[in-house]
Design a binder for this molecule. Structure first.
Ligand SMILES: Cc1ncc(COP(=O)(O)O)c(C=O)c1O
Length: 402
């Protein structure tokens, strides 16, 4: 384990030299790699020789550099990058589970992950019990002899519920399960591996890359698990093929080195808006606010200097008001009416009809998801008071406030 306690400093210490002394590594332009001896190629295929590149669906040199930086960030022994967050999540779960196995999943997760577990994995005999992850008694009650995995998001999408990773790890240990945590909403803010997760997954499409120009994902875990994902015989990543392109890996590798600066600004801007919007009587969900039911829990889990991350949810109560509000915010240049998050500009969407639309209406209601919810991924705005005024102007024109 790395001795430096601060993830940003660990990442800073990763220096890699490009050809001719370039300060960025060279971008490999090859899908396959030559060998000078037949024995070497045979040894690499058999997994006996390390440090040689075989074929780009397995590993690429620049993907490897990015994986190393991610492992330093997460404090995991290893990591592996993929072409999307869903590639990382689906490969991980299919690697861990076989027909007959069960997963216990938080019911408030990204809609795509929900659809994968609800509609796709049952085709392979894998069953998922969706639970309120904040209720540890219910989590434990749902564990059966067939359960293999507890799956959750640190800060859930879109209700911003907090998973108690330390307690979930205790349950995982008691029943010999793997705790898999999606930390997409709060890189650097929370370090799930240090708190007990066995495997941490990311959609790097969001904060980690931060420029909304590509999809990408990552799995951070111990070396055995990462090697199992890449196994030529039965590795889900190797056999399903969610490869991250080398040019994209190179641009994410540049962007990840500014993540610590960006996360602080996302968080402080979000806190500013959450406090001011709450103070005028709007219902705001933001885990940095004391009114959030799990504020103290998250406070006990975060690296405080990075704040509470950049996502806030505003309850506009009715869909028609939420719709007008979002269009007005776009017209007033608060940001873009678009799904996704972690961008340098503010993005907003209504989860009930977009990123969580895979979750049936009655389940949305039982989770407390009103269809008037508007999720804001707060950008890196320089003058956040000005942005606040533009939000107020939009809220007035939509009839959300007087
Ligand atoms: C929390 C979370 N996990 C995973 C994903 C999937 O990531 P990707 O779109 O990169 O496949 C998303 C996408 O919105 C997400 O919000």
């Amino acid at each position: 384990m790395n001795k430096i306690n601060d993830p940003a400093s660990r990442m800073q210490d990763y220096l890699v030299f490009g050809e001719n002394g370039g300060v960025n590594p060279s971008i490999p332009d090859s899908a396959t790699f030559t060998f000078l001896a037949t024995e070497t190629m045979e040894g690499v295929f058999a997994g006996e020789i390390e440090g040689c590149y075989l074929y780009s669906r397995h590993t690429t040199p620049i993907g490897n550099d990015l994986s190393k930086v991610l492992a330093l960030m997460e404090n995991t022994p290893a990591a592996h990058v993929m072409g999307s967050g869903m590639g990382a999540i689906t490969s991980t779960l299919l690697q861990l589970c076989s027909a007959g196995d069960e997963i216990i999943s938080s019911r408030t997760i990204y809609g795509g992950t929900y659809a994968f577990l609800k509609n796709f994995t049952p085709k392979f005999g894998i069953k998922t019990n969706f639970v309120d992850i904040t209720n540890l008694e219910i989590v434990e009650k749902n564990i059966t002899n067939n359960t293999k995995v507890i799956y959750c998001e640190t800060i859930s999408n879109p209700l911003l519920e907090i998973a108690d990773l330390r307690e979930l790890r205790k349950l995982a240990d008691k029943y010999n399960l793997k705790l898999v945590v999606d930390n997409t909403f709060c890189p650097l803010v929370v370090a799930p591996y240090d708190l007990g997760a066995h495997i941490v997954v990311y959609s790097m499409t969001k904060f980690i890359n931060g420029s909304n120009d590509t999809t990408a994902g990552a799995v951070c875990a111990d070396l055995d698990f990462i090697n199992s994902l890449k196994s030529v015989n039965d590795g889900a990543a190797m056999l399903l093929g969610p490869v991250l392109d080398t040019i994209r890996a190179a641009s994410i590798l540049k962007n990840i080195h500014t993540l610590h600066v960006r996360m602080k600004q996302h968080s402080s801007n979000a806190m500013y808006l959450a406090q001011k919007l709450e103070s005028i009587g709007l219902r705001i969900i933001y885990p940095g606010l004391e009114s959030h039911p799990q504020h103290s829990l998250l406070k006990s889990m975060i690296n405080e200097e990075y704040g509470y991350s950049g996502i806030i949810t505003i309850d506009a109560k009715e869909k028609s008001i939420a719709d007008k509000f979002m269009i007005a915010m776009q017209e007033n240049k608060v940001g873009y009416f678009a799904v996704s998050l972690g961008f340098y500009k503010t993005l907003f969407s209504s989860p009930g009809s977009s990123t969580s639309s895979e979750i049936p209406q009655e389940e949305q209601v039982s989770m407390g998801m009103s269809n008037g919810l508007v999720r804001l991924s707060v950008g890196l705005d320089h003058d956040i008071e000005r942005s606040y005024q533009l939000i107020i102007k939009s809220a007035k024109s939509a009839g959300l406030i007087k």
